[in-house]
Design a protein around this ligand. Sequence first.
Ligand code: NAD
Ligand code: ZN
Length: 354
Amino acid sequence: MRVLVTGGAGFIGSHIVTALTSAGHEPVVYDALLPAAHPGDPSPPDAEFIHGDVRDADTLGEALRGVDAVCHQAAMVGLGKDFADAPDYVSCNDQGTAVLLAVMARMKKNRLVQAGSMVVYGEGRYSCPSHGVVRPGPRDVADLEAGRFEPRCSWCGAELEPGLVGEDSPVDPRNVYASTKLAQEHLAASWARATGGTAISLRYHNVYGPGMPRDTPYAGVASFFRSALSRGEAPRVFEDGGQRRDFVHVTDVAAANLRALDAIAERPEGTHAAYNTGSGEPRTVGEMATALATAFGGPLPVVTGEFRLGDVRHITADSARLRRELSWAPRVGFTAGMAEFAHAPLRASAGMAV
Ligand SMILES: NC(=O)c1ccc[n+]([C@@H]2O[C@H](COP(=O)([O-])OP(=O)(O)OC[C@H]3O[C@@H](n4cnc5c(N)ncnc54)[C@H](O)[C@@H]3O)[C@@H](O)[C@H]2O)c1
Ligand SMILES: [Zn+2]
């Protein structure tokens, strides 16, 4: 299968390219090598490579010739610096996806697997001892400043117990990036209905592993901690470190993309399906910092009590549907994965780091 991997020079995309090649497929990397993702002097990836932007319909049209499926990873990621980044996020992620889908429609390319994100769920699913399942709104700044980080029941104010989020949970994006990831899914669903195409969105959890970008305002928490350790500094853990996340290894995410690309031919036309893509082993950010710092050989993390507006307290998903319907199973456990990541190379430029 010849697969166009948009964002294929990026962290996750480059692992997908490696996995496709190993499985005997033919990946074509399509990437704009955005400076935010590739500071310094990016070198082109070690695969068939087209330097192009997903918002550029002409270059995309050329790139899509002879392609059997598209694996859409290109996006601006992370929380960004401030709200001034919003137009760039919307442009890259949503305008970019709309252009890609329009060109696919024109060229009758009808298979799409795309990178979704767990950020679409916002604060996720909780239960109150008295009120059952509740969905708390954004946390109060006053609570955060006072070190009260747990979201509270909006009916009775009690602290809540976090639970696993299923794909059918209501969506509630809490920042610009999250809104753009949700819009990408809606665009894919509209495209599928309008063209008879088939789309799968994989809602990744916190992906980590070799080749992760060094810390920029756009990177994930595992990369912040790993970058601090490389500089000889202690990882700085926000809030009280009790935020729960699901850290999933990048090779497992690449494998999920391959399973989705394999399965998509058998799926009903005109449909879009979303799958949570997580390890199924929720951990706290504090635990992750400690595991990483210990494997690195120190210094141990410091818990700072700082917070970022737009961050959610706990978000952990139930990835059972992906295991069941696409026969996927994560292979890298938390302890082994973090031990490897502590010494793995990070990416400063666009080399195909693996
Ligand atoms: N890293 C995570 O934990 C995580 C979690 C959930 C979802 N995701 C999603 O996974 C995908 C890949 O993320 P990543 O972590 O590998 O990020 P990354 O920044 O390493 O890779 C993204 C790549 O896309 C390219 N790109 C961005 N906009 C483009 C455009 N308009 N045209 C062409 N190329 C463009 C960049 O140059 C970069 O190489 C993204 O869609 C992201 O939203 C990532
Ligand atoms: Zn309550």
